[in-house]
Design a protein around this ligand. Structure first.
Ligand SMILES: Cc1ncc(COP(=O)(O)O)c(C=O)c1O
Length: 454
């Protein structure tokens, strides 16, 4: 079965768009508005590989690049009936302006969703956002002035790096080990900032099935990270779109369930229902929530009311917990196909992570190979991925790539890993003949997550 082509204009958070932190001007002399743009636009950078992704979206290419959830498994008849009912029942209200904080009924349901991760929250502390992407935007807007430091895992979610870059924040990466963000590295990063008279505005972390590394923090690790945050009076933004997609069992307790004052929690319906509704949320301490609502009103007046009513109706009329279980078995089959395909087709010296959930595997190439340089050859061999450099604000990651198993079928995933293996084999042959690319810098090795050996 072939994966349907996706229109080139579709926005996909996984396509490795812009990279934060690099404020190189992208304007050209063809742009006659060039002297009018705000300085913050300098940090907005088009992806170096975007043109290639237009090709990568052709049906003959197996794209292991995008992070799009496989919503084809949603029962569309059930969703359709619920939408129809919602419009007939409360259509005029659903098509009207609404509250800047979000609709009260949905905020109550969001608290129920978060209780699955041990969070006891009040709907008053929830602000609905246009996906958790907008939550990132609003939080950066209210916390960060140009030049402010934000701590983030190395590597980290490209959409967050873009947002931090758009507000001219400075991303300082913090290393991970097999259990995600490393508390010792976090302590060292905070201490180093302190020595320089600086303090990070917040730590941005993805504790579950991290995008892009696929790693998760065990419960004890979360506690240790919160301890370090207390030591340095550090605010934590916990971004958690994948937590309910734990393929190994029940969801783990959120960091927010361990500290309600220090942790700001971001949630999303994009992966557990559908991203097209653009429905996400922030759970924040009261004072922060007030600022968020003001920022939300300035940005959109109110989050889309129609989407909120639609999601709310879905939650109240459908067995959404059962739907998540069914998504989990579908994603488990795809994750297993990816791991089996990699074991079979990757050359010696290649390593990768083994996620217990979420969408992504992080692969480390044999020494001397460069994932960005070889992408055109991979696409010619009809397989695509996102080069690791997209996930660093500082240009590292050239020996890494992110592979997604969420969207293609298991058969296509296996085929994709086979094609990738062929490309790596040829790259290695070339390197044996003509010598190696530049060696990766020492810091890159120390910051990369330590993947399982194959
Ligand atoms: C870690 C992470 N945060 C946030 C988002 C944005 O999700 P949303 O669709 O809720 O805006 C994504 C999307 O892939 C993600 O992977």
């Amino acid at each position: 079965m072939s994966t349907p082509a996706r229109p080139e204009s579709v926005a996909d958070p996984g396509d490795g768009g812009a990279v934060a932190g690099s404020a190189r001007r992208q304007d050209t002399r063809l742009d006659s508005y060039v002297d009018r743009y705000a300085a913050r636009t300098h940090g907005m950078k088009a992806s170096a590989v975007r043109a290639l992704f237009a090709v990568a979206n052709r049906p003959e290419v197996v794209s292991l690049a995008g992070g799009m959830p496989n919503i084809a498994d949603l029962p569309l008849n059930v969703v359709g009936d619920a939408m129809r009912e919602m419009i007939l029942d409360v259509g005029p209200q659903a098509m009207q302006y609404g509250s800047g904080q979000g609709e009260p009924e949905l905020r109550e349901q969001i608290c129920e969703v978060m209780s699955l991760e041990g969070i006891a929250a009040h709907p008053d502390d929830v602000t609905v956002t246009v996906g958790s992407q907008q939550a990132l935007d609003l939080l950066t807007r209210i916390f960060c002035d140009p030049g402010d430091v934000v701590l983030a895992e190395a590597p980290s979610y490209v959409g967050a790096l873009n947002t931090f870059g758009a507000y001219q924040s400075r991303v300082v990466h913090v290393g991970m080990d097999d259990h995600g963000l490393d508390p010792a590295a976090l302590r060292e990063a905070c201490a180093s900032l302190q020595r320089h008279g600086a303090r990070a505005k917040f730590l941005y972390t993805i504790p579950n099935f991290q995008n892009p590394a696929g790693l998760s923090q065990p419960v004890q690790r979360r506690r240790e990270l919160i301890e370090v945050a207390r030591e340095f009076d550090l605010l934590i933004i916990e971004d958690n779109p994948y937590g309910l997609l734990n393929l190994a069992g029940d969801p783990l307790p959120a960091m927010r369930s361990m500290d309600a004052e220090r942790v700001i929690y971001l949630g999303s319906f994009s992966k557990t229902f559908a991203p097209g509704f653009r429905a996400g949320w922030v759970l924040a301490p009261h004072a922060v929530r007030e600022k968020l609502v003001l920022a939300q009103e300035a940005a959109t007046l109110c989050p889309p009311v129609f989407s909120q009513f639609a999601v709310s109706k879905y939650l109240s009329s459908h067995d959404w917990r059962g739907q998540i279980e069914s998504f989990k078995s579908m994603y488990a089959a795809r994750r297993d196909a990816m791991l089996a395909g990699l074991s079979e087709h990757m050359p010696a010296g290649t390593t990768w992570t083994r996620p217990d959930g979420g969408f992504f595997v992080w692969l480390t190439l044999p020494e001397g190979l460069d994932s960005q340089a070889m992408l055109p050859r991979a696409v010619s061999n009809r397989v695509a991925y996102v080069p690791g450099t997209a996930f660093y604000a500082d240009g590292l990651g050239s020996r890494n790539m992110r592979l997604s198993y969420c969207y293609p079928t298991p058969e296509r995933i296996i085929e994709g890993t086979k094609r990738l293996g062929e490309v790596l084999g040829r790259e290695l042959e070339l390197h044996e003949t003509f010598g190696l690319h530049d060696q990766p810098r020492a810091v890159e090795r120390s910051q990369a997550p330590r993947p399982d050996q194959r």
